[in-house]
Write a protein that binds this ligand. Structure first.
Ligand code: AMO
Length: 452
């Protein structure tokens, strides 16, 4: 009897008969032999269908097959050193489950990025996209595993929130539709113009404030989920919907926080090197720069960073925030990730604790990834004093009544605490060396695109 197997296990089935269910992604024919490239979700393999080895109708089916048809194929696994996969299947039987329409929209030729994004639902099938999303899945597990082993409890923060965590300019308002019509015709009622409706809530920009509530119950917590920013600019580093892991720990000071971020990033890079070699190979990712990601990371204060940037030819002015280009300049210069610390309060959120020595500086950090990739983590120590935090809200022009519950946390057993947020897609863009962050998420949403 044939054993049904997965392509990734081919090495365990050499000279055995197997049945594979999957899709044909390329076909070549040389007269009496047809070569079918097949994938089954677990991997890729080439099959040879020889006229002399199969019944005439099976050869006919192979001849008729179109790219992206789904099939059931039976054959013998052979070691094949000339194949990039190391193995091939010599077919004995073949059935077409569904014959794909001729002309799959995504051909082997070069397509523009807009075209590919419009066909994202089919583009996902390409080996490159397959590899990226497998690494994404691996990283999500690795992040969870790492934090759980470090004693962090997963707390799910809400997506619908009443106020801003990261500035009011990137908040997405959500209207409430109480009179949503019954029945099949579920369209927005014409009388309800979402623009004129007072928002019911806003989409979360970060779960951080909620994690700060949870540390008094669980000490060390994290969340991991979608977050939203109505980014106005179109850059290769910004999505409007992205996945963030926020972590928060009671009694953790700023120095400990930097050490913990460093430990986590090194762990994640090692995990990908240990477990995703095949995927990195599909992406033709040179792993040498990743192998250099070992502690300690470089650390520069904001002031030292400005000095360095000016040396490197940037025209950044004192007191200015770093732009994407500045981050690229720095990270093309340094081989290892870089912590930039102690940013001026002028461009950091209300919740950061200030530096004891210099009141206008915050105990904040951005962690920048190497090879020209910029910020992947933002974090810092939080202001834990009630009166000072109240003052910060007022200085930031935020209504303290919107944050009453958050201020309560400083009234009942406040402790020094710190935390950080890691952007999953930014991490992946770096690991996979992507040109643009939009390939790092299954269905990207940017300022100009939220389909398919
Ligand atoms: P911050 O705003 O720096 O910090 O965000 C944390 C991390 O999230 C990622 N990120 C993004 N990724 C894709 N598209 C975007 N538009 C986008 N914006 C941010 C980045 C960034 O480093 N609560 C704080 C962190 C803290 O202090 O705990 C926060 O949200 O990788």
């Amino acid at each position: 009897m044939n054993t049904e197997f997965l392509i990734k296990d081919a090495k365990n089935f050499v000279n055995q008969n197997v049945t594979v269910r999957g899709w044909v992604f390329n076909k070549r024919s040389s007269g009496s032999i047809i070569f079918l490239q097949i994938r089954d979700g677990s991997g890729f393999i080439q099959t040879t269908v020889s006229k002399k080895d199969v019944p005439a109708e099976v050869f006919g089916q192979a001849h008729e097959i179109t790219d992206e048809s789904s099939i059931v194929l039976t054959g013998t696994i052979k070691a094949e050193p000339r194949s990039p996969y190391g193995f091939e299947i010599q077919a004995k039987d073949l059935k077409i489950i569904s014959l794909a329409q001729a002309e799959f929209p995504i051909a082997a030729k070069e397509h523009g990025i807009d075209f590919l994004l419009s066909w994202r639902h089919l583009w996902l099938r390409s080996p490159r996209q397959w590899a990226i999303l497998r690494i994404r899945s691996r990283m999500m597990n690795a992040i969870n595993d790492f934090l759980q082993k470090e004693g962090y409890l997963r707390i799910d923060s809400p997506i619908l929130t009443p106020s801003a965590c990261e500035g009011t300019t990137t908040l997405f308002p959500v209207p409430y539709l109480p009179a949503w019509p019954d029945g099949d015709n579920q369209t927005v009622p014409s009388w309800l113009n979402p623009d004129q409706t007072k928002p019911y809530a806003f989409l979360s920009q970060s779960g951080q404030l909620y994690l700060e509530a949870a540390i008094a119950a669980h000490r060390k917590v994290y969340d991991f989920g979608p977050t939203f920013r109505a980014e106005k600019s179109k850059t290769k580093r910004h999505l409007t919907e992205f996945w963030m892991m926020d972590a928060e720990a009671a009694f953790m000071d700023f120095e400990e926080l930097l050490g913990f971020e460093e430990k986590m990033i090194c762990h994640l890079i090692q995990d990908v090197l240990d477990n995703c070699r095949a995927e990195l190979q599909v992406l033709e990712r040179d792993v040498k720069p990743l192998e250099k990601i070992q502690p300690p990371f470089l650390r520069l204060t904001y002031e030292e960073t400005l000095k360095k940037l000016k040396e490197l030819g940037s025209d950044i002015q004192d007191g200015e925030d770093l732009g994407n280009d500045d981050e690229t300049t720095l990270m093309t210069h340094f081989e290892k990730p870089l912590f930039i610390t102690r940013f001026p309060s002028a461009f950091k959120a209300f919740y950061f604790k200030r530096d004891k020595e210099k009141e206008n500086l915050t105990l904040s950090n951005d962690l920048l990834a190497s090879e020209g990739y910029g910020e992947i983590v933002g974090g810092g120590q939080r202001e834990d004093d009630y009166e000072i935090l109240l003052k910060r809200f007022r200085e930031a022009g935020l209504n303290e009544n919107d944050y009453g519950w958050y201020l309560d946390l400083r009234k009942y057993g406040s402790v020094p605490h710190s935390g950080f947020g890691l952007g999953l897609e930014r991490l992946l863009a770096w690991i996979c060396k992507l040109e643009h962050i939009r390939e790092a998420i299954p269905f990207p949403r940017t300022i100009y695109r939220f389909t398919p």
